[in-house]
Design a binder for this molecule. Sequence first.
Ligand code: KG4
Ligand code: ZN
Length: 342
Amino acid sequence: MLVLGLETSCDETGVALYDSERGLLADALFSQVDLHRIYGGVVPELASRDHVKRMIPLIRQVMSEANVRSSDIDGIAYTAGPGLVGALLVGASCAQALAFGWNVPALGVHHMEGHLLAPMLEAQPPAFPFVALLVSGGHTQLVRVDGIGRYELLGESVDDAAGEAFDKTAKLLGLGYPGGPEIARLALQGTPGRFVFPRPMTDRPGLDFSFSGLKTFALNTWQKCQAAGDDGEATRSDIALAFQQAVVETLVIKCRRALKATGLKNLVIAGGVSANLSLRTSLEAMLQEAKGQVFYARPQFCTDNGAMIAYAGCQRLLAGQRPDGPGIGVQARWSMETLPAV
Ligand code: KG4
Ligand code: ZN
């Protein structure tokens, strides 16, 4: 089964072709970072307008790269939420229009399910069941995964998502957008131990997270240094490192707890923050000790992309799931636990 996947939930237009027999045939992405950079974050209306501009050329591009004609395509998968409603509507209407024209089903896919399944596109995919740590710009969740659509939420952030904390901390340090890669880059030059940030909510039981306090801690630290005239690149790097270490260690502690609580050995990390090298190596070290294994996608499939949507949609279409009707329904908020099992 050959599926065209469309991702437009935020500031990336992602298009891909996934075939259940041949794997990923083509994948193209247009990132709007340059468009939003001067605003220090995503401007929803600008994002929607840009998705309109990029969508059709990207679809033509992947079809030509994969040497695929419209009559070869068996179904379309598009991100139906969660995300920015205007942006989601671009992908949804494009998918429904093409589905009508090509006489194939267009299935709405949950963006976080896409992230969660992205490691399945790699050479050594994880097997169910496993614990998944979803860390993106909008979500921080620990989920027990028993199969596609069989999700049990174990814990989540009560305030900022991990990626959001990276972005906000980067902004207050005067770094660019998106902040995660900027902090990671600076942290490489930081001096370990100069600043020590708290590990929020690790001193009590449970699997929830709270990251908003870390950004305030970073702000206070930075302002103190600024007042003392110590506001150069070295101090920025030291703060970036202390912040990243705090986020990473907190995530590692909660992952270890989730694995213990579920009795599972395998951990999947997905979403933009799973591209973070320090997080990957720290989790690998923890899993080595616990005799388990950690799985993640290649960096370009950790952040938003069309391939994960094509893959997730293909699995659901293969299992016989079909859209309720030709309606263009998208959801800004959408719990993954409400998804049907396949
Ligand atoms: O999954 P994603 O592309 O979009 C959402 O669904 O939100 O995640 C974007 C988030 C941003 O907050 C970005 O700063 C963060 O992922 N991110 C990183 C890294 N690369 C992207 N955070 C830490 N380290 C990275 N290397
Ligand atoms: Zn995402």
